[in-house]
Design a protein around this ligand. Sequence first.
Ligand SMILES: [Zn+2]
Length: 409
Amino acid sequence: MQPRKILVVVMDGLGDRAVKELHWKTPLQSANRPNLNWFAEHGATGIIDIIGPGVRPGSDTSHLAILGYDPYQVYTGRGPFEAAGTGLVGERGDVAFRCNFATVDQNMVVVDRRAGRIKEPDTTMLVESLSGMSVDGVEIVVKEATEHRAVLLLRGKGLSAKVSDVDPHTETKIHEAQALEHEAKKTAKVVNHFVQRSYELLKDHPVNQRRRREGKPPANILLPRGAGVFPDIQPFEERYRMTGACVAGVSLIKGICRVCGLDVIEVEGATGGLDTDMVAKAKAAIRLLDTYDFVLMNVKAADVASHDGDADLKVKVIERLDEMAGIIRSDMPEGTVVAFLADHCTPIEVKDHSGDPVPLLIYCQGMVRDANASYDEASCAHGGLGRLRGKDVLPILIDKAGRSEKFGA
Ligand SMILES: [Zn+2]
């Protein structure tokens, strides 16, 4: 059999619980979804504990599992993946932090943790003034991220991620980074030095002088948090002998995929918000199947509606996701192995991720159909794929695609 292409469609935060205002149905059960149900009818379904039963996944750990990695082995904190989301992919051993541009007074008391929600191009100009720094032989790289966020990367000998946050997370005096293990003393010193220098370089920066004139809070300091070391991840292509690409709007998901070695393809109109162009994303993913063996696409919108606790909005988003599934149904190359799943549940009632299992469906030509013809949380629990772990999904897809290796003779 000719090896087939694999398309994984992650509908972020799709899964839910029974919602009172939807007459105790889930948003997915309440939505009109002819295309997802068509795939369910012609394929097989199941449910997945993305990490493990009852474990609440982050979108980062969940995507590592969906890519077939064991998150407990390769996840080293959010910092490195956020850095990679901006395009700053470090090497093994580099330490990365998430940062906020913030406003502090002369006593280093935080006045505004987000510096008036400063964004590009102001942040880009501020970051330029921080480039090329090094402390104690440690190279320091800063890059702006979305809105008031930035990432900080340290490269050098003897670094450790076991340092506490400088960001106090409230409007109080900033913290000093503390070494949480003996080997982290140098890193803590470098971080504290960097924070002090950021204040000196930013406080009278022309961008901040202008912001003061406009009555906006100056972004006069960078506050690092969430240190993590760049993990030693076996690249996707080497691990699975497949080329891979990713289409996503959210920076963190792009970062996960980049660190795993997937090519991240930018698509115009593909954002991480409710306004994302799902049609453009699906069409781009389908085009990528011409050149790549594996494509992962993430659509964040259902998760955004869930975090807002808006059940009706989530139903509407799911109906748009179904239209997107219709494009995949009509346009995907013949023989494609396609999986639809969520990376975690984000129940409307909780407004955050939960540890509930998520619905899975797999479709390809010639597969054994199960008795379930509906894509929703309850129906998929009766599906022929049973109950799986997130990291079990990719091996199944690889086998359906005729790309698995025989174990034994
Ligand atoms: Zn997510």
